[in-house]
Write a protein that binds this ligand. Structure first.
Ligand code: SAM
Length: 381
């Protein structure tokens, strides 16, 4: 028997380092009242908010549903609290839940204590550890995250499953693709509103272009993928179908402005084209060298770039020259346009790019410390 849905849901939504403000702004624009928290935001709202957050948030990595918070000073008290938690809406009682435990200034000597207490509390021989959630997601069944701070335990259920950057459209990648969530966050931090032209001069597999197109079409990012919450016993399938139908109705058939992608590599453009087709968007793609690129008409708009980082053999020596060429194209070829460039946190490359007056924000790309340089229209002209 599942218990009735709670009147109020509390969520913790995580994001990539550097995108916290973008996530907060996105959640506010959806009419919610996010509270900033370490690595993400907290949200509170009516039953089903976790469905809506998974469906709509472009910059979220994962949506966790709070199950309970309690204090426990020893393993008996811990087992008692874990056993008293109502998991009937989340767990079918058969496939054992997986646990991910994080300890912060905790009095608990090790995560093993939590695993043993959980197995005892739920009458299981043992409880498995969840895999690397950021990379692989939580897989089938219930995954509970237990955060221990001092003697305070916060237990949350992962409602996302596969990480939210996996939208489903990117089944092929070119070299060093950006995560979809990072691309969406950069577009938001650059103030992209979906009504202005967008250009990616080094588009690779087309992540900026497709995320930009979906923003421009007001198309929800979670419309075509599956989520962990769909397998919960308390899953409200009718509410989910209504939410998806509403999101479909809210989406425009095409972007409101032209979205241009270029790359020097013809294979990358093919990848971008096929990914775009899977995402249901039309892009203007043309093979060009960034050294000779000029702004399309109509303009101005936003030009966004993720140049190579020199991690591949033979790439590193040409890198400063390529960054100088990209900078010159942005300053001269895109006069009056805003620019956003994500590059390694490397002073020589920032210098080579030479974007006077650019704001610099710290971000991470695949674990690498990077900078996001943002210029307003005045400094590219
Ligand atoms: C880091 S990748 C971009 C990845 C892309 N953001 C994605 O998500 O797939 C850099 C891209 O720059 C392209 N590139 C390198 N030199 C170029 C040049 N001179 N002109 C245009 N594109 C270039 C590469 O072919 C590669 O696709």
């Amino acid at each position: 028997m599942t218990s009735p849905p709670p009147k109020v849901e509390q969520l913790y939504v995580s994001t990539l380092p550097g995108l916290e403000l973008a996530l907060e702004a996105e959640a506010s624009a959806l009419g919610w009242k996010p509270r900033r928290a370490e690595g993400g935001v907290e949200l509170e709202g009516p039953a089903g908010l976790h469905q809506e957050a998974n469906l709509r948030l472009r910059t979220a990595s994962r949506v966790l549903l709070r199950v309970g918070t309690f204090r426990a000073g020893d393993s008996d008290t811990l087992a008692e609290h874990l056993g008293a938690m109502d998991l009937s809406r989340l767990w079918d009682g058969r496939t054992p839940p997986k646990l991910s435990v994080s300890l912060h200034r905790s009095r608990v000597p090790g995560a093993d204590v939590v695993f043993s207490a959980a197995a005892y509390a739920w009458g299981l021989p043992s409880v498995e550890q969840a895999g690397a959630l950021e990379e692989e997601g939580s897989g089938p069944g219930l995954t509970l995250l237990v955060r221990v701070e001092g003697d305070v335990f916060t237990v949350s259920a992962d409602t996302s499953g596969e990480p939210l950057h996996r939208r489903g459209y990117r089944q092929e990648v070119s070299r060093a693709p950006l995560r979809e969530t990072l691309a969406a966050g950069i577009l938001r931090l650059a103030g992209y509103d979906g009504a202005e032209p967008l250009v990616d001069p080094m588009c690779g597999s087309g992540t900026f272009l497709i995320e930009g197109a979906w923003m421009s079409m007001n198309r929800a990012p979670g419309l075509t993928r599956a989520f962990a919450f769909e397998s919960f016993p308390g899953f409200d399938a009718e509410a989910w179908a209504r939410r998806k139908a509403q999101a479909e109705a809210d989406a425009l058939p095409a972007p409101r402005a032209v979205i241009h992608g270029h790359d020097i590599n013809a294979g990358s453009l093919g990848t971008a084209r096929r990914n775009a087709r899977r995402a249901g968007v039309t892009l203007a793609l043309e093979r060009k060298d960034v050294r000779t690129l000029t702004a399309p008409s109509p303009g101005p708009g936003l030009v966004v770039a993720n140049p190579p980082y020199g991690k591949r053999v033979g790439e590193a020596e040409d890198l400063p020259g390529l960054y100088r060429a990209l900078g010159a194209t942005l300053r001269r070829g895109f006069a009056g346009w805003r620019a956003a460039v994500i590059l390694p946190d490397d002073t020589a490359l920032v210098k080579a790019l030479d974007l006077p007056g650019a704001r610099s924000l710290p971000v991470r790309n695949g674990g690498l410390r990077c900078r996001l340089l943002l210029t307003d229209a005045a400094s590219t002209s």
